[in-house]
Ligand binder design. Sequence first.
Ligand code: SF4
Ligand code: SF4
Length: 258
Amino acid sequence: MELHTIEQAAAAFIAQTPLNAAAEIKLTQIYDQPLVGVASAADPMFAMLKADTIVGEQHKLPDDWLPAAQSVVAYFLPFSQAVREANRQGGQPAVEWLYARIEGEIVSNALRKFLVEWFEQAGYQAVAPGLDSRFTVVNRKSNWSERHVAYVAGLGTFSLNRSFITRAGAAGRLGSVVVSAAIAPTPRSYQSYDEYCSQCGACIRRCPPQAIDETGKNNELCARYLDSTAERYKPRYGCGKCQTGVPCEASAPVVTDH
Ligand code: SF4
Ligand code: SF4
């Protein structure tokens, strides 16, 4: 199985699915074309994620999800220009961002399901942890962190504000599927966990509750702010000011090919 075959299938799904729009707010496109990266299921970095200082002991290995696991396919769905531009103003989250955050996750779940079925039709086994009944989130910590998986799969690095920066930026959503197909892993073109972040500090000034400083993000303050948006915008919520109107919105500020 070749990476470009998977990329083509994922891109065709996103281009064709009617879910990738929100007609009620005249948003014709939630996501641009996905980036796809692959990790070997045997990559020792998956076991490292169990450290308390990284994700935690609850984080499952690829073969916990699928005993025949050979590879992990991770993707990044970049938000469209319309979504990103709308959220560049300060203050309240843009309605386009709120839809992209919630309806956008429905699109991402549809892509997870599509990829599982696509691999199965090709004769392989596949599991999307994010859709699996064993997937848990306890105290805001999951047993399958899409950001950490994307890091292992060569898609990008973390950042000052604990977002994930890809070559298509930070504004978007991540997902993954564990498969029994052997696929060549995507090289990680970075050596440190936050290499794509320039530490410019622009996100510090963008954060409404001042949850970000030079040392990183206060998760509790951010979560409390997100909860407050849920009260105002039910059934939606979101913020994303630290991912829009900043240098890492739609590209990686620092890329050094090692
Ligand atoms: S705005 Fe600057 S400091 Fe903040 S995450 Fe992006 S690149 Fe890093
Ligand atoms: S999502 Fe909003 S509240 Fe949370 S860190 Fe980013 S800007 Fe701050």
